[in-house]
Design a protein around this ligand. Structure first.
Ligand code: SAM
Ligand code: SF4
Length: 501
């Protein structure tokens, strides 16, 4: 069982020493208010981005102001090229795992908001969580992100216990008929105080994500309300700096697009990335850009909803602005759109995703404990009552892999970097000189081969092995090529697992 502290550990809401609110709304408004710029200047900025130099906020604003179709097309092409040079054709796969949906906040956009009385409130205890983890492992997943509402029950100790449970839950080849383990646990949860982050860090987490939702102060106040914990803009903005103070050097930022002018929030994200780099020596490992989706108990104000074309622009412009930051595109978007956007600079996607509590096992909510309101015997709650919003892409992991393989992307289940200590400043050292390719492609090839041996259907396996052979051919360094080839043989014939560089 998860040992929830008898008395929850509520964070002391104190900002980190030296914090300052670095978002200047008036300045950002003036930057996004500018008119279209001289194409020569726009092209110079695109050329600068292609040298893998992060753009200044003012330069990003120039790209945002340029909506002439031919310039936008040049940005798409450049974003695609930059992605290929920094990340290659790899796409890292993960799955989110919702642990608890109680929430003290009342975010106007979220199905978990406290005033949504139709929501079924519950959390997974250690046993139920382990069942979900086994469900994910049977599919072949190696990395997950644990997601929590904000509630005294989900304090730092509860989050840490949940992480431990995930790492300790491995498939038993005899009992389960296959091998499987989660090798990297990321977190998306409420901001902690420094002590809380330290407790969670102890369990060996990957990335800690906190999305600011919107960087625009007035809108932030409007959608969160002043009396909630989340209503404190500065506490949230400072969240990842407190994570750094606690020794977590792998963090993810994000904005929920659709709450305010998307251009403002792109500049907010770029400012945040620059702030973290200046203050802590390391930029964010990932940027997420969820788009507002329909959710139970929620009416969205349509004013700032982002259409598909602008969504593609914002992704391309982010790619060009922060070349070394991983970009995550989630299953909120439809499979069709995700397929199209993958090439624009996305490096991670989720697949086979279920966002309803208990969604990774057949039994569903029968495994979710402490339900409120309690369901009548034999009654299963509708999925909408247990999930935060509606998903756009319901394909299975195998289907997503088939699509990636058929389109020349290399699926990767790699979790090597943080296990080999390549995070934070060290990660930047590796990333910048292009070492990533030398480590990441081999790790993608071996983890993909593991997937093909252990979980893939016959068609997926045949297509995947063809892709691996073609990729191996492309490895220029003869010594590295030999080493990868040997490991692939070890995996297929000797059943060696979890080999990484
Ligand atoms: N409760 C924590 C928090 O607010 O930071 C955990 C995050 S919440 C479970 C994960 C993210 O989902 C939020 O940060 C928000 O960006 C996103 N989200 C909430 N409602 C959404 C909606 N209706 N459509 C799309 N994304 C949504
Ligand atoms: Fe709670 Fe997070 Fe949803 Fe806000 S976004 S209501 S804090 S779960």
């Amino acid at each position: 069982m998860i040992e929830t502290a008898a008395k929850p550990r509520l964070p002391a809401m104190e900002n980190s020493p030296g914090f300052k609110d670095f978002i200047n709304d008036a300045k950002i408004e003036s930057l996004i208010g500018r008119s279209a710029c001289d194409p020569v200047w726009v092209r110079e900025i695109i050329a600068k981005a292609l040298t893998k130099t992060p753009l200044a906020v003012e330069e990003t604003a120039v790209l945002l102001a340029s909506d002439q179709p031919e310039l936008v097309e040049e940005m798409f092409v450049a974003a695609r090229k930059l992605k290929e040079t920094v990340y290659g054709n790899r796409i890292v796969l993960f799955a989110p795992l919702y642990v608890g949906n109680r929430c003290v906040n009342d975010c106007t956009y979220c199905g978990f908001r406290s005033t949504n009385k139709d929501s079924l409130r519950s959390e997974l205890d250690a046993e139920a969580l382990a069942k979900q983890v086994r469900g994910l492992e049977k599919l072949g997943h190696k990395r997950t992100i644990l997601v929590f509402g904000e509630h005294p029950r989900y304090d730092a100790n509860f989050i840490a216990d949940s992480v431990r449970t995930v790492y300790n839950t491995k498939l038993d080849p005899v009992k389960d008929g296959k091998v499987g383990e989660i090798r990297r646990v990321n977190i998306n949860a409420a901001p902690q105080d420094i002590e809380g982050f330290k407790i969670i860090k102890e369990e060996g987490i990957g990335t800690f994500q906190i999305f600011q939702e919107t960087y625009h102060h007035e809108t932030y106040a409007k959608v969160h309300g002043p009396k909630t914990r989340k209503g404190n803009y500065e506490w949230r903005l400072d969240g990842l700096s407190r994570a750094f103070e606690a020794g977590i050097d792998d963090v993810g930022i994000g904005a929920l697009f659709g709450l305010y002018d998307w251009k403002f929030d792109v500049l907010g994200l770029v400012s945040h990335a620059a702030y973290l780099k200046d203050r802590h020596g390391v930029g964010p490992h990932t940027i997420s850009f969820p788009r507002l989706k329909a959710a139970q108990g929620v009416d969205h104000d349509p004013k700032f909803l982002v259409n598909d074309y602008d969504f593609k622009r914002l992704i391309a412009i982010l790619r060009l602005s922060v070349p070394y930051t991983g970009m995550i595109l989630t299953a909120r978007e439809t499979g069709e759109l995700r397929n199209e956007i993958l090439g624009f600079g996305v490096s991670q996607i989720d697949a086979g995703t279920r966002i309803d509590l208990g969604g990774y096992t057949e039994e569903g909510d029968a495994q979710v404990v402490v339900q409120t309101p309690k369901p009548a015997a034999g009654h299963h709650h509708e999925r909408e009552a247990r999930q935060q919003f509606e998903l756009g892409d319901n394909r299975t992991l195998d289907e997503v892999i088939q699509h990636l393989t058929a389109n020349g992307y290399l699926p990767s289940f790699c979790t090597a970097c943080y296990r080999a200590g390549r995070t934070g400043e060290v990660f930047m050292e590796y990333a910048i000189p292009g070492f990533i390719q030398k480590l990441c492609t081999p790790n993608a090839l071996t983890t993909f081969q593991e997937f093909l041996c252990d979980y893939a259907g016959p068609e997926t396996r045949a297509a995947g092995e063809k892709l691996i052979a073609a990729e191996l051919d492309q490895v220029a360094d003869a010594k590295l090529k030999e080493s990868v080839r040997n490991r692939l043989v070890q995996i297929t014939t000797e059943k060696a697992r979890d080999l990484y560089w």
